[in-house]
Structure formats: C-alpha cells, structure tokens
Design a protein around this ligand. Structure first.
Ligand SMILES: Nc1nc2c(ncn2[C@@H]2O[C@H](COP(=O)(O)OP(=O)(O)O)[C@@H](O)[C@H]2O)c(=O)[nH]1
Ligand SMILES: [Mg+2]
Length: 257
C-alpha cells in the first residue's frame, strides 16, 4: 500500500528540511512505499528554494505550488488532488507530528480501517509545549463536538490524520479554505459512515518559525463547518452516506479531473 503525505507549508524555512528528513528517514527505514506532496502556497521566505534542493536529493519529496487561492485548507485540497497513494496522511511542516506515530497509522490502515485518527489526549498520547490558551480552547471545542456528535473520540481538531483514498473521494466536495478543514475532514468521514481507529500520538510545538493559526478569525468558521456537518448528519437522510454514493472509482476520477 502506497502512502501519500500531504504537507502544507507556508514560510517554513526554519523547519521544513528537518521535518522532511525525519519522515523520509523513518518511512524508508521501515520499507514503506511513500511520497510527500509538499504544498507551498505563497511562501515569501526560502521555503521554495529549500524544497527544490531537498527533492533533488530525495525523490519521494514532491513539491507543488498552489497557484489558486491561498489558505491552509486550499493548500491541503490542492495537495489531495495530486496524490498517487492508496491512502493519505495530512502532516504539518513545522515538525509537530511524529513519524513513529505515522507508522502506527500505517499499521492500522493495513488492518482494514478506512481512517486512522491520533489522539494527544488519551493514555499514551501527549503534548509538548502546547500554548496554554490554545489548549484550553482546544479542549472546549473538542468537548462541544463530542457532545454534538455523540463521539468517544476526543481530538477531532488536530490535522494529523490518515484516510484511505476512497474516503477522500467520498468527502467531496471539501469546502473549507482555512484551518477549519482539519475539522471538516474527520467529521465528514464519520458522518458519511467510514470506519476509524484511534491511536495515541505525541504533538510537539514548533522549534522555529511562527504559528499561522489565528483563533479569533477562525472561531466562526469552525462553528460553521461543525454545524454544517451536524445538519448533514440529521437532515440529509443519508444522501451523502458512503452506501448511496457513486462507486469509489468514479469519484476518484472526479477529484483528479
Ligand atoms: N500551504 C499553506 N500552509 C499553511 C498555511 N498556514 C499554515 N500552513 C502550514 O500548516 C501547518 C500548521 O500551521 P501552524 O502555523 O504551525 O499552525 P498551528 O500549529 O495550529 O499553530 C504548518 O505546516 C504551516 O506551514 C497556508 O496558508 N498555506
Ligand atoms: Mg504548528
């Protein structure tokens, strides 16, 4: 099974080389067939030059430039339309996510799950250096989502998750342009009936560069996407459920078109 990583990167000159080395080293050492689609959209620092140099040395690294509208969600969607793998993991460029955790995801996929989600907030998981105000908001948002959707899973808002290719096809059309895509993807997969496994993961705050998440601007957008999926779950009468969707092949062709 080939694994594609989609990695959004904006002004990550301080982190991108180390992140790519860590992932390529660990995945290569474990004989995983993989590619890393790195989506630069509008970096004004040396990110693009670094990506060109790294991909010349490491052929699994595939840099692409988002020529359309910018934004975290737009960049990931641009990358998703360009993967060649059987499954995809969304991975941050700032080094927050761990390649060892990705190996756990890969193992779970091989057990047959449609999606694999990590949690930083279950036994065995942890956060290192998580900003305090963000942690508080994160826990409140996740508690809200859990109650609204009746979930046991408690880390919907983290982007680092893994999906089979058919699930990405079944999620279309993705509509979030910003960080709210991190909530749209897993909630949509759940509402549309795909299976998932949960594994404990570690998250480490970036060692260089600055966070681009602006919580004030994002609050209403997160709420919008949560309520949209709540409406789909309760009012759409299963119209978008995996069982009534077109065959996966057809949908994959559509997103690649
Ligand atoms: N392509 C792209 N990547 C972005 C954008 N905003 C953030 N990122 C990337 O998304 C990841 C997470 O962003 P980050 O600023 O670390 O957010 P935080 O960890 O939530 O504070 C990093 O890899 C960023 O480079 C964007 O507008 N476009
Ligand atoms: Mg970060």
């Amino acid at each position: 099974m080939k694994l594609s990583l989609v990695m959004p990167a904006r002004n990550e000159e301080g982190c991108i080389a180390t992140t790519l080395e860590r992932f390529t080293d660990v995945l290569t050492a474990h004989a995983v067939d993989f590619e890393i689609v790195v989506v630069d959209d509008g970096s004004t620092d040396a990110t693009a030059d670094l990506l060109a140099a790294i991909s010349a040395r490491r052929p699994q690294v595939v840099p692409v430039t988002n020529t359309g509208r910018h934004g975290f969600g737009m960049a990931i969607r641009f990358g998703l339309a360009r993967i060649s793998g059987d499954a995809v993991a969304i991975v941050m460029a700032d080094g927050s996510d761990s390649p060892e955790d990705l190996l756990k995801y890969y193992a779970k996929l091989q057990e047959g799950y449609d999606c694999v989600f990590g949690s930083r907030f279950i036994r065995g998981g942890c956060v290192v250096d998580y900003p305090r105000h963000k942690l508080l908001l994160n826990r409140m948002a996740n508690a809200f989502i859990r109650v609204l959707f009746g979930l046991n899973f408690n880390d919907i808002t983290n982007a680092f998750k893994c999906y089979r290719r058919e699930v990405i096809a079944g999620m279309q059309p993705l509509i979030s342009p910003h960080f709210n895509l991190t909530v749209e993807m897993p909630l949509k997969a759940l509402v549309r009936g795909y299976s998932y496994a949960v594994v404990p993961i570690t998250w480490t705050n970036r060692a260089a560069g600055v966070s681009k998440l602006k919580i004030k601007e994002m609050g209403s957008r997160y709420l919008f996407i949560v309520l949209y999926l709540w409406l789909e779950k309760h009012l759409s009468r299963g119209d978008y459920h995996r069982k009534v969707m077109a065959p996966a092949d057809e949908r994959t062709t559509q997103i690649n078109a």
